[in-house]
Design a protein around this ligand. Structure first.
Ligand code: SF4
Length: 491
């Protein structure tokens, strides 16, 4: 593939992750992991945050050229600067073959210099964001613009809807970038040299393959390095130690040198070798002994908008819009089902809370898989709705969780190192408990479905279809939990 005359900041930043990544991005974009609808939803959310940020800089002019129109956006930016425009959104710059489009630049009449504001839809400043903005600043300054201040605008977790005045925290990173400035040119040079190589450089796997987030070429490189489907990388809670093991050449779980594992990790290794399921019956029995019938199985689906939309919520706060409850009076008795799914764009919580309190009435244990999540949502709703506070808080001491019981006392080869409900359910209970083929099959899909369901432009027939699929999905979560808990009681 011919090397483009201008390398975009995105391509250059891939070289900050690893030089092979830069090479593959330029020469083999077809090997990149496809953009999933969930990833696309994140990009769209980022764009919305960018638009919101612009409102903090009134009277600016937007460079409207599409992202692929490098030369058009450069020309438009030059024209706006020459015309004396003081605030420009999405201007473009080039320097030494590097191209960047930044979020906002603003001119100060007093100092006759520009400030750069880069918007990020995270709630904290991250290290790689400083590199990213540093590269932009280097390109802008190289193009001839005098920069005096460089800032990252990220979401402020203290902000609470409806007051969005403090939606952003502006962090001045000028000094951090000054400290790194000298390293930018050599890095860019190294990236350019790499993309001009005949073939991809041989770079070994490392922590940069998965941080920040998975590299787009992870599958390609892991296959190249012959990492089997199940390896030390799948060991539960292995964290960074997997890289130490990999460096020592320990990849396979049957490697004799694989030592100093936690109990859970050792169980996985044994299960892989022997195929035998591990169950500590007395441990399971003891853990279940504190649970009280009727068991109330609860699952929430939530949405976490970057720009808060509901009273008292903060950026990225998880807000429940759906729940499913199954109540079992006794282990083999019939289940009573209750559910709620909010249908429009209004705050889902007021109606949901009433329905939830009704569904959880009584005194039995409330079973949630990874109950910390459900408990945190109940606590947040109690904080936001004083009229329901007492009753909501009364649910918390009733919460119990099958996840730690399984993690401590059960292991099956088919878990493949994961203790998520979606891994554990089918492994212990069979394929009927798998989520394969469901129209909505995980939490992120449920979020996207909810956005479509509550979008005024979605046709009614489509809304009906989504509504059904969402009820099916959340209901499946509680049903799998019921079956899982029955299984635990019976082991
Ligand atoms: S997967 Fe790792 S080695 Fe491969 S390109 Fe990405 S960061 Fe580099």
């Amino acid at each position: 593939m011919p090397i483009p005359k201008l390398l975009s900041k995105t391509k250059l930043m891939s070289g900050y992750r690893c030089l092979k990544c830069a090479y593959l991005t330029v020469h083999h974009p077809e090997l990149k992991a496809p953009i999933t609808p969930e990833k696309q939803a994140l990009f769209d959310e980022g764009n919305r945050v960018g638009e919101e940020a612009r409102k903090r800089f009134p009277n600016g002019i937007l460079v409207t050229n599409p992202p692929w129109d490098f030369y058009g956006s450069l020309k438009k930016t030059r024209e706006l600067i020459a015309a004396g425009v003081k605030t420009i959104y999405e201007p473009a710059f080039e320097y030494q073959g590097c191209f960047a489009r930044v979020d906002v630049i603003q001119f100060s009449k007093e100092t006759e210099k520009w400030s750069l504001y880069e918007v990020k839809s995270s709630t904290k400043l991250r290290l790689e964001q400083v590199d990213d903005v540093g590269l932009q600043a280097w390109i802008i300054a190289g193009s001839g613009l005098k920069l005096e201040k460089i800032s990252v605008m990220h979401l402020n977790s203290e902000c609470k809807y409806p007051d969005l005045e403090n939606l952003f925290t502006i962090e001045d990173v000028t000094q951090q970038i000054r400290d790194k400035y000298r390293s930018i040119m050599p890095k860019v040079k190294e990236i350019f040299e790499t993309v001009h190589l005949e073939s991809a450089p041989d770079i070994d796997l490392g922590p940069y393959c998965v941080k920040p987030g998975d590299c787009d070429f992870k599958e390609v490189c892991f296959t190249e390095k012959k990492i089997p489907e199940i390896s030390v990388f799948n060991l539960p809670q292995i964290q960074d130690r997997k890289w130490e093991l990999y460096k020592e050449g320990i990849i396979h779980l049957d490697d004799e040198r694989l030592k100093d594992l936690t109990e859970t990790q050792q169980r996985m290794v044994e299960a892989e070798k022997t195929g035998q399921r591990f169950v500590n019956q007395s441990g399971v029995k003891e853990a279940l002994s504190t649970w009280k019938f009727p068991l109330v199985f609860l699952d929430f689906e939530t949405i976490n908008p970057s720009i808060p939309e509901y009273a008292g919520t903060s950026p990225k706060q998880q807000v429940p819009f759906q729940f499913s409850v199954d109540v079992a009076q006794k282990l083999d008795g019939p289940l009573t089902h209750a559910e709620y799914l909010h249908k429009d764009a209004t705050d889902p919580r007021p109606v949901l809370i009433s329905a939830l309190l009704k569904a959880c009435e009584g005194s039995g244990s409330i079973v949630a898989y990874y109950a910390q999540f459900e408990s945190a949502r109940i606590q947040e709703m109690a904080d936001c709705f004083p009229e329901h506070r007492e009753k909501l808080l009364a649910l918390l001491p009733r919460m119990v969780d099958p996840l730690p019981i399984i993690r401590e006392h059960v292991y099956d080869k088919a878990f493949h190192g994961s203790f998520s409900l979606k891994a554990v359910g089918p492994a212990l209970l069979g394929d009927r408990h798998s989520y394969e083929g469901m129209k909505v099959g995980n939490g992120l899909e449920a979020q996207r479905a909810y956005q479509e369901l509550t979008d005024g432009g979605t046709p009614p027939a489509r809304k009906d279809e989504i509504y059904k699929s969402m009820l099916e999905y959340c209901g499946k979560d509680t049903w799998v939990m019921v079956e899982l808990v029955k299984w635990l009681y019976q082991v």
